[in-house]
Structure formats: C-alpha cells, structure tokens
Design a protein. Structure first.
Length: 329
C-alpha cells in the first residue's frame, strides 16, 4: 500500500511514500480512521459487510482490529484477478508454459478474507469485455469464458462478477447506456447466463464451496502438475469428508478419454456440473450416469475413477454412495 503521493496530494491509503513520526511509511491517521470506521460499522450494524479494494501486500486488511488488523470483512483478491485474466487471454497452446499463473493464488489465498473480483474496472477504459479478452473463434471464446467462471466459482473465496459478464457482454461497459440485453437472443449468450445461474445454484447447494471460503481447511490439491495438458484437479471440502467436491479444470480445447482421477472413497461418483454441457453452448462431452471406483491407487489416493474430460471446461464430481465392502469395476 505505497501511496506514492506527490507534494500537495492527499491520500487515504494506509501506507505512504512520506515517513511518519516513527520513520515508517504507514499512514497512521488513515489506519486509525479505518480501524475505528470498521469497529463502528460492525458495532452498530452486525449484518453489514465492509470490503476493501487494496492492491499491496499490507497485512491484516481483513483481520479484526483486536488482532492488529484494519477490520474489513473482506478484501479484493487483486492478484487472482490479474493472473487469471492474463492466463485466459493467452492462446491455450501456450498455457502449458504458464501453469504458475493459475496456481499461484492458492499460495496466499488464506492470508486474508479474499473476494474474487471481476469488477467494472476490468471492462472499461479500453480493456475490452471479459468475452472479448478470450482467445480463439466464437466457440472457443465462449468456452473459455464459461471455464473461467467455473474456475472462479470453485476457487476459494467469495465472488464478485460485474453486470453483463454473466451473459457474455461483448462490448465494454458504458454508464450512459444499458447493457446489451439483446445478446440474449443468441444461444451462446443464453448458455453463459444459464451456466452462471447453475454455478450460483451449485454454490448454494454444496457446503464444500461455501463452508470454508477463507481457510485452507476447505481446499486440497489433487494434481497441479499436468502442465502438458493444462489440467488442474483439486478438492473443495466441508466438515463431512463425503461432501467434498472433485474439481477438474481443462484449460485447452483438447479433451481426454478415460482420464484417471484419484479419489478418497470407494463407491459411486456423479458429475454435478460440467461447463461443456450442450445447454451452455458446449460440445456435450458429459459423464452421464454413475462412475464406479476401481482399487487403482492414483494421485496418492487409494481409489480412482476414469472420466471423459471435456474440452475447455470445468467438471465437478461428488461421491454419490460409498461402498464399504466391495468395488464394482
């Protein structure tokens, strides 16, 4: 939070380029004000939420004031936003060389109460729309957008999506005109809208997605090493281990048959979301019916399933029924 102010400028940021009375660069008055502000807001309105847009490494923005923090309820995860948009802007053929861009956020994801922001700031001033940033032809652009939303909704942290993104607004936001609602006359745009609607429903229905948004207790890597295929696999977890979701992200338009996933429980598994669904405008590579475990150890787990991995898509799997005595192969 280095405010880098020039002479004569005023800053409300909590760090400043000018030394304070102790020789540091913290803006002590701003820190004191923000702490008191948050204490008063939460004291008078316990159900309120204060959210900070802050882009430095100043620690404790969303920590309680009694623990030395500023007392905000949440903080925008600007690093996630920049890295994610940079990653998705690249042609998928080059993503294998930039796997760190899409995995790095987990290293610091639990240091604050983070909100994942795709805000109005990212669709103005010549930056283009979210859809416009996606590479490839029309099908690939929409598939990339759905995949990015699937990755966003399954990543730890709360979500912020600016209006228009949910149906694939093609132009930048203009505060002097309405959104391009007429785009919903086109199937691809309706498909994105339906995908976001279903992701919201999934988020509300699955404790693994909302129980621990700010804690490592709710996340576990399964495999982040498949750079050649630009594939990520991770768990989102709740209190009951059987409520865990296996999230599979394929960031290229190359699908994979019989892709093996390690799982913790023997039994039957079910696909509960797939952004490649035909109703979203995808190619329709789904995992219909039940998936049965085999006693093949994989990903450091005792059991595994094989899936049809759709191109440029996020798939989510959940244990349907645990079979304690035997496997069905």
């Amino acid at each position: 939070m280095d405010c880098s102010v020039s002479e004569g400028q005023f800053s409300t940021r909590v760090s400043c380029g000018l030394p304070n009375e102790y020789g540091g660069n913290e803006n002590l008055e701003a820190i004191s004000f923000l702490k008191e502000f948050n204490e008063v807001v939460y004291g008078e309105f316990p159900d309120a939420m204060t959210i900070a847009e802050e882009s430095t490494a100043f620690a404790g923005v969303s920590r309680p004031t009694y623990a030395g923090g500023l007392g905000f309820g949440q903080k925008w995860m600007m690093g996630w936003m920049h890295d994610t948009l940079k990653y998705f802007k690249r042609d998928s053929i080059y993503r294998r060389y930039h796997q760190n861009d899409i995995t790095f956020s987990i290293i610091y994801a639990f240091t604050e109460n983070f909100m994942l922001p795709l805000s109005h700031d990212e669709v103005v001033h010549g930056k283009g729309s979210l859809l416009g940033r996606m590479p490839g032809d029309e099908w690939n652009k929409f598939a990339n957008l759905r995949t990015m939303f699937g990755y966003m909704f399954t990543h730890p942290g709360t979500k912020l999506l600016f209006m228009g993104g949910e149906f694939g607004q093609s132009g930048e936001w203009n505060h002097d005109r309405s959104l391009d609602w007429h785009l919903l006359d086109h199937a691809y745009h309706r498909g994105v809208q339906q995908a976001v609607k279903d992701l919201n429903a999934l988020y509300k229905a699955e404790p693994a997605l909302y129980k621990y948004p700010f804690s490592g207790q709710g996340f576990e890597w399964v495999d982040y090493s498949d750079r050649d295929n630009s594939v990520l696999v991770f768990l989102r977890k709740a209190d009951d281990p059987k409520d865990a979701l296996v999230v599979v992200c394929n960031f290229t338009p190359q699908g994979h048959h019989h892709y093996r996933l390690g799982v913790d429980f023997r039994g039957t598994w079910k696909e509960v979301f797939n952004s490649d669904n035909l109703k979203y405008g995808g190619s329709g590579v789904l995992n219909q019916g039940l998936l049965y475990t085999t006693p093949v150890k994989y990903h450091n787990r005792n059991y595994s399933i094989t899936i049809e991995m759709p191109p440029l898509a996020v798939s989510v799997f959940k244990l349907e029924e645990e079979l304690a005595e035997f496997d069905i192969e």
